[in-house]
Design a protein around this ligand. Sequence first.
Ligand SMILES: Nc1nc2c(ncn2[C@@H]2O[C@H](COP(=O)(O)OP(=O)(O)OP(=O)(O)O)[C@@H](O)[C@H]2O)c(=O)[nH]1
Ligand SMILES: [Mg+2]
Length: 343
Amino acid sequence: MVFWRKKKAETANDAPVDMVPNTTSSGQPESNQSASPNESQAPATQSGGWFRKIRELLKTDIRDLWKSEGQLVDDAFLSELYAKLVRTDMGGTTATKIRDSIGNTYRARKIELEDVLNVIREQVSQALSSKAGALNRASSGPTIILVVGVNGSGKTTSIAKLSHRLVSQGNRVLLGAGDTFRAAAVEQLKIWSDRIGCDIVLGEHGADPASVVFRTVQRAVAESYDICILDTAGRLQTQSNLMQQLEKIKRVIQKQVEDGPHEVLLVLDATAGQNAISQAKGFSEAAGCTGIVLAKMDGTAKGGVIVPIAEQFSLPVKFIGVGEKLDDLTEFNAEEFSDALFG
Ligand SMILES: Nc1nc2c(ncn2[C@@H]2O[C@H](COP(=O)(O)OP(=O)(O)OP(=O)(O)O)[C@@H](O)[C@H]2O)c(=O)[nH]1
Ligand SMILES: [Mg+2]
């Protein structure tokens, strides 16, 4: 069930894997950001769009259960409600808790939509509480952030959005184009860096990604950058040789920054449903991830997938991606999230 799908940018972005930011015919990045740097720091709840839309659509979907004012809570109602909840991908455990809580309190009585939304909000907030997390920062020297995930999950775009956010907050950011595997990947990050106005260390196509990472971290330390964000090529959690490559990359980082990387962010595609869950498992075991970025939350009504992901892994959800533009990244906050969705 897809409630709505955000309109894609009318550019090369249409090609998911080879996506590059908008460019003019001269190859220069277009200045088409939707908000000023100040606005970009506002969470998506304030900047409007995404949360409001998904809430309205969820409400509409659940409201469909009301045949008349005040709906009788019986087995038929409870199982229909359960089905609607499961369709948000929130997972059977939380959906069962919500259904049972409503059944226990309201069975054989009439219930209003608001009462149901309150129970949902409470249970989702409970499931997600303490699952949010701020970005880890180095106690001294540059904060090194390694970004990993399967092909096309949204790594490079999330790096661009995160860099934009950090630059807007006054940080000096250095990017490392460590995806030397996919043709055009380096150029993709380069175009973003030009648009954001941050520095970048480029890699040769086909070069050892660890060498690009080495040069990037070396420069970040030598030139006292605040943040260094390293892109990597997409890989499956089952490709053990490629997972070992991530280990090598981490060792290369640690040669220069002993306590690095300070973050290993796993970018998951929210539309991947149950696949996202197995990716979270595989990557967190093999790559020592420290946090999750849940990208493409705007592309699905199944935003509920965040619940089982956060519940099953001890990984905090740090950011959610809600679109393809630089401003479309918001910090994850459990209470705000469940309020926004079900409030
Ligand atoms: N709607 C939406 N699209 C997104 C979001 N994040 C990324 N995308 C799109 O997803 C596609 C893939 O994004 P990339 O950032 O290139 O993904 P990647 O993980 O770096 O891909 P590889 O480097 O090929 O592994 C592009 O078309 C992006 O514009 C998001 O939050 N919302
Ligand atoms: Mg990429």
